[in-house]
Write a protein that binds this ligand. Structure first.
Ligand code: FES
Ligand code: FE2
Length: 417
């Protein structure tokens, strides 16, 4: 159990708060590159700051304050130029380094550009990795942008899925170190949701948690497995600062602000060997709804939607002064302690956990992955899973289901809804 003050410290993400300063030492996934196929700006809110992400006509990405330093117009309604973003109100132009490059009327009255030279707009670094756009909002020098092992895999169908979750990010992240919820929230609840009563999923009989350089690993044994099972040998990775890596996909819980979290899922399905070579030029993205419009209740049919039900169910801010941790929650206690130590480290001017500054490590970030050879080297058609609905999030657009079917060779008709 935590007191209210320490609970608050875990949750607040604004600049100047202990956790806000820790989080500003990492890169954050905030958009898909494919979002810029048909537009040049995207309004973004990250760690409580309103920003605009844009792609200029030379193909460079920039991230600026949402509001123009002239008279505060919304720059997400501006337009991209060869080397910057132009405000639609009076035409001031800004480069990705925040410099004001033009003030059309002022530049006529005062060609020396006296005012222009004093103007700078808040700006942050952007990096494209794995089809995602990442932002860094911390002090220099920035760590290396993260390119995970998964982003190197070829011959696969990748997709990026965003959902906006109306609750604090930290309770979402605690779900990344919670083995027992699989048995209840996914397996057994699915059985109930499908109108059945039995048999229940095999029970967990042993769990273990361990810290490593990139995060934490949890392991489990159920009544149907033993210590030779991958879930015990390799376990599953709670990836610092706020992701869960489960085999071929990674889920990040990105703090938009104290009250809202952006769930970002990156998914990979290797095509059968018979369909190689398969090249996907850009990683498609979609936004997943979380509420059932007919009933007004949360959607419960897909794995991550079920997680979302737990997260928002804990309230806007989980009240940890009221909880009762058990033995299965040892991992939760461990990550909280690590975050408190990270806050102290940042206060001392040190890096928090898992900030990667080695370019070689960042270029291919590796950690234990069950089935790695399969994703890296491919699998034969005979062993390849048959067409199933996309199990993780509800609302996959039919064109993405169709592209997936084509990639896998499942025929023309998508079966997903
Ligand atoms: S408010 Fe942006 S140019 Fe005037
Ligand atoms: Fe889950």
């Amino acid at each position: 159990m935590l007191d209210a003050e320490r609970n608050r410290m875990l949750m607040e993400v604004d600049a100047g708060t202990p956790m806000g300063e820790v989080l500003r030492r990492y890169w954050h996934p905030i958009a898909a590159e494919s979002e810029f196929a048909d537009k040049h700006t995207k309004p973004v809110r990250l760690l409580g700051e309103n920003l605009v992400l844009y792609k200029d006509l030379s193909g460079k990405y920039g991230l600026l304050d949402r509001h123009c330093p002239h008279r505060r117009a919304d720059l997400s309604y501006g337009w991209a130029e060869q080397d910057g973003l132009r405000c639609n109100y009076h035409g001031w132009l800004f480069g990705q380094n925040g410099k004001c490059l033009a003030q059309p009327y002022e530049d006529i009255e005062d060609p020396s550009g006296k005012l222009r030279k004093t103007i700078a707009i808040k700006n942050y670094r952007v990096s494209a990795q794995g089809g995602l756009l990442w932002a860094y909002m911390g002090p220099d020098p920035a760590p290396e942008p993260p390119c995970y092992e998964h982003f190197h895999w070829q011959n696969g169908f990748r997709q990026i899925v965003f959902s906006e979750i109306p609750c604090n990010w930290f309770q979402c992240q605690e779900n990344s170190i919670d083995p027992v919820h699989f048995e209840w929230m996914h397996s057994n609840w699915d059985i109930k949701l499908n109108g059945k009563t039995a048999p229940y999923s095999p029970s967990h009989i042993k769990v273990d948690f361990e810290e490593f350089d990139l995060g934490f690993i949890y392991r489990r044994i159920r009544t149907d497995t033993d210590e030779n099972h991958a879930m015990w040998r390799l376990g599953r990775v709670c990836l610092w600062p706020y992701a869960l890596a489960t085999r071929s996909h990674i889920e990040w819980r990105v703090p938009i602000d104290d009250e809202t979290t952006l769930s970002v899922g990156w998914f990979f399905d290797r095509v059968p060997k018979e369909k190689e070579p398969y090249v996907q030029n850009s990683v498609p993205h979609w936004y997943a709804p979380i509420r059932d419009e007919k009933t007004g209740r949360w959607i419960t049919s897909h794995v991550m939607n079920q997680d979302f039900v737990a997260w928002v169910g804990q309230g806007l801010f989980a009240d940890r002064t009221q909880e009762h941790l058990g033995r299965s929650d040892r991992g939760i206690a461990m990550i909280r302690q690590r975050y408190f130590r990270d806050m102290e480290a940042v206060k001392r001017g040190e890096d928090p956990k898992a900030v990667i500054r080695d370019p070689e490590q960042a270029a291919r970030i590796q950690f234990p992955i069950d089935g790695l050879e399969l994703f890296r080297d491919g699998q034969d058609n005979a062993d390849h899973p048959r067409r199933q609905k996309f199990a993780f999030l509800a609302g996959q657009p039919p064109e993405i289901a169709r592209a997936y079917d084509d990639a896998m060779g499942f025929g023309e008709k998508p079966t997903n809804k």
